[in-house]
Design a protein around this ligand. Structure first.
Ligand code: FE2
Ligand code: FE2
Length: 161
């Protein structure tokens, strides 16, 4: 099995579970633990959507509804992360946001392929790999920064410059 296939097979949190945590970035004490929970939960939902899309592709059914759900959910997720970057003065924000824009462009390309009745399977696997790479790289760095920032604030050290 390839790592791309692994991306489609990871266990995920249910949307119901996610909805309980959806306001996770509003922790009045530090902001960090709840943000991490919410972000991880949203990554799980993105993986669920990708698994559903892979199944739809395998059955040669219309992907447009799931692609729109992926586009809409990913936009909201990226906006949450970008609010956290601003709130926690994340120094790598511009590069991280640029990755978000590239991922959104890839989703739009998937939608264009689907709209023109072209196969989306290969592009979907590439997108899943790019998203997983983003989660393991840029998103992990953001969460580490937020955790450290909150820790410094809670101990009286103040925010980083
Ligand atoms: Fe991100
Ligand atoms: Fe993310």
């Amino acid at each position: 099995m390839t790592s791309d296939q692994d991306t489609f097979r990871r266990p995920a949190e249910s949307p119901m579970e996610h909805s309980r945590r959806a306001d996770g970035d509003a922790d009045p004490a530090t902001g960090a633990p709840c943000l991490a929970e919410a972000v991880h939960s949203e990554h799980a939902i993105q993986r669920q959507l990708l698994r559903a899309l892979a199944a739809v592709v395998a059955e040669a059914r219309d992907t447009s509804e799931f692609l729109q759900a992926l586009a809409d959910f990913s936009q909201r997720h990226f906006e949450r992360e970008e609010r956290a970057m601003a709130r926690h003065r994340y120094p790598d924000g511009p590069a991280h946001c640029a990755e978000h824009r590239r991922l959104q462009d890839e989703i739009e390309c998937l939608q264009a392929l689907a709209a023109s009745d072209k196969p989306v399977g290969d592009a979907l696997v590439r997108f899943a790999a790019a998203l997983q790479s983003h989660v393991e790289g840029a998103d992990a760095s953001l969460l580490a920064h937020v955790a450290g920032h909150a820790g410094r604030t809670a101990s009286g050290g103040g925010p980083s410059a």
